[in-house]
Design a protein around this ligand. Structure first.
Ligand code: ATP
Length: 256
């Protein structure tokens, strides 16, 4: 499989704190790559660099022929990279459908309001139809007009996922999507991600502490410790890697 994303010698520092240290990593088209590591290992910081929320201190990020390392977040999103956040960030005053539509609008160059003014009605209608179809696919058809806060947590997670997928990204960065879900919901969510990868031709980077989910759906797993990439391989290889077990799996990661 060709590489969709190439991360080369990427580092990010906050003053003297090295959150990401010299990470080099290729992500293949259509793969699900798990990103694991203890708390504070730098997983979210790496994702934040990929999505343009943080500017890396040094290094390169090549995505489908574009250099992302010094791009603004909205431009990265328009190039086809989307993300979900550790903490659900839905807009409580908007309905489920409007929350999802905001995801489609924010892929525009100047953000939601400018695009509301400039988008043609035809594009608006197409986006709306697309958002409704996606909501139906994610099991949200019955709650399109409800407020997210009145819905169960697992449903809110699916709304967030719909919002990230509505502009049809090529790469989805999912930051702890299983956090807070029950055992059954985690399994369902994993199956959904795997199916969506197939249906939408998605490539996924999945930051997760839930090892059951990582083992169930990831093609490869990357392990970060103290900002560094310390191992990369199939879930089975990573499970049996002594150094990884010592650094991580024997500690925080075993719980899930
Ligand atoms: N904006 C920031 N300013 C200062 N330090 C930060 C900032 N963001 C992250 N850090 C620090 O960078 C390090 C890596 O944090 P990061 O959140 O990337 O780790 P993580 O692997 O995602 O952890 P967790 O699994 O707990 O989410 C931590 O020491 C954290 O405190």
């Amino acid at each position: 499989m060709p590489n969709l994303l190439q991360i080369q010698a990427l580092s990010l520092s906050f003053g003297g704190l090295h959150a990401v240290r010299d990470v080099t990593l290729d992500v293949r088209s259509d793969e699900i790559l798990g990103l694991i590591g203890p708390n504070g290992a730098g997983k979210t910081s790496l994702i934040n660099c990929l999505s343009g929320l943080y500017r890396p201190t040094s290094g390169q990020i090549q995505f489908a022929g574009h250099d992302l390392a010094r791009q603004d977040a909205w431009r990265i999103r328009r190039l086809g990279v989307s993300r979900t956040f550790q903490n659900i960030s839905l807009i409580s005053e908007l309905s489920v459908l409007d929350n999802v539509l905001v995801g489609g609008h924010s892929a525009g160059a100047a953000g939601y309001w400018a695009s509301v003014i400039t988008w043609s009605n035809r594009k608006e209608r197409a986006l709306r139809a697309d958002a409704i179809a996606l909501c139906e696919r994610l099991g949200l058809a019955d709650c399109l007009n409800e407020l997210p806060s009145e819905l169960p947590y697992g449903t809110q997670k699916r709304i967030e996922l719909a919002r990230a997928l509505v502009h049809r990204p090529d790469l989805l960065l999912a930051d702890e999507p299983a956090a807070g879900l029950s055992h059954g919901e985690v399994n369902e969510f994993g199956e959904l991600l795997r199916d969506l990868r197939q249906e939408m031709g998605l490539t996924l980077i999945l930051v997760e502490h839930h090892m059951g989910l990582i083992n169930a759906i990831c093609d490869r797993v990357a392990v970060m410790v103290s900002g560094r990439l310390v191992a990369l391989g199939t879930p089975e290889t990573i499970r049996n890697d002594e150094a990884v077990r010592a650094a991580y799996l024997g500690g925080a990661g075993e719980a899930a």
